[in-house]
Design a protein. Structure first.
Length: 347
């Protein structure tokens, strides 16, 4: 793929409460009143900007740092070693993905439209990734399935600590994700288990991300990943202390989302925006490497079960606010998602 020129103006530095910091501990351990108060803060953030920082989440800092450490070690390997764990078959996605050049993604909700789902372009930049699927446990109804929608992880050779750390991290984030789904439901005055029921055997994906320090004269060297919206229900992001995440607010300004020690960044994806018929917003964001240092992060993208039909929930469809998005089967969407990524890397 040819590398295109893409540059971004500097984002504004704004007060931290533009992207609120929310303490999740009262939701995890408090009573109904405390849980409702946390959910109300989450509701405000998700309706206004679609992003918030989450502290008090209960995930040990030692695990979070181990995830970043394993990522640094993997991406420091020679390219030939990294490519040994790259996808091998059409439509495969797990394993190492090299940088794919500058690009921009769709507008908010683009992945919910026929045109957005059909496009082969994915957001690029200098980003290198190592992608993983949720590891299924023995009690998972799809544990023994050989359907390619449940892709097999391609673990790097000679890295037992890497594998163990990533599996432990998955279990921690899936647990946190379940509690976040309950908070989202309470925030929307829905039954607490509404979203949990749609994510019982989720097509959750996990990623390690490496944004090399920009180099002089490299086209688009400052663009770690181009402007895009996530297609997931929601995303859980672990950043290192380098920063670089930038978010477009409701007025169209690009604002910096600085590193907050101990926090995850949570953002709403197109799928959740579709389920809520726009009550929760999926927001354009990008990563720009404005400092001459490498940047690392880790993500969980929570996606519904394969058999879930993504469509606005009845409570959010009214005469004044008719359904904005046509229904689609998540199975079909996720298969296309994997193929799109593979095609953008290797074809």
């Amino acid at each position: 793929m040819a590398t295109a020129e893409l540059r971004y103006d500097r984002a504004e530095d704004v007060a931290i409460d533009e992207i609120p910091v929310i303490d999740f501990a009262p939701f995890l351990s408090g009573g109904a009143e405390e849980r409702a108060a946390v959910a109300a803060r989450i509701s405000e953030a998700c309706r206004h900007i679609g992003f918030f920082y989450l502290v008090g989440h209960g995930v040990p800092e030692s695990l979070r740092q181990a995830v970043l450490g394993e990522g640094r070690a993997f991406f420091a390997r020679p390219l030939a070693e990294k490519m040994a764990s790259a996808p091998l078959l059409d439509g495969q996605w797990c394993g190492f993905l090299p940088a794919r050049g500058a690009a921009e993604g769709t507008q908010p909700g683009g992945s919910l439209t026929e045109q957005g789902r059909a496009t082969k372009r994915v957001s690029g930049g200098t980003l290198e990734q190592f992608n993983m699927m949720r590891v299924r446990l023995a009690d998972d109804p799809n544990y023994a399935s050989d359907d390619p929608i449940y892709q097999r992880n391609r673990w790097p050779a000679g890295a037992p600590d890497f594998v163990e750390t990533m599996i432990v991290n998955q279990r921690a984030l899936l647990g946190l994700g379940t509690e976040l789904m309950r908070a989202f439901a309470i925030a929307l005055d829905l039954d607490e288990e509404t979203f949990v029921r749609q994510h019982r055997s989720p097509l959750a994906t996990f990623g390690l991300n490496f944004y090399p320090a920009p180099t002089e004269g490299t086209p688009s060297g400052d663009v770690g990943v181009g402007a895009h919206c996530d297609a997931s229900s929601f995303t859980v992001l672990l950043q290192d202390d380098v920063g670089g995440l930038e978010v477009r607010d409701a007025s169209g300004r690009w604002i910096a989302a600085p590193y907050v020690p101990g926090a995850y960044v949570i953002n709403i994806g197109d799928t959740m925006m579709g389920l809520t018929n726009g009550h929760f917003v999926s927001t354009l964001h990008r990563v720009v490497s404005r400092r001459p240092v490498d940047r690392f992060s880790a993500t969980m993208f929570m996606n519904p079960d394969r058999e879930v039909t993504v469509a606005p929930i009845d409570q959010f469809v009214t005469d004044e606010n008719p359904a904005r998005y046509a229904p689609f089967l998540n199975d079909d969407y996720m298969r296309g998602f994997f193929v799109k990524f593979y095609d953008s890397m290797f074809k």
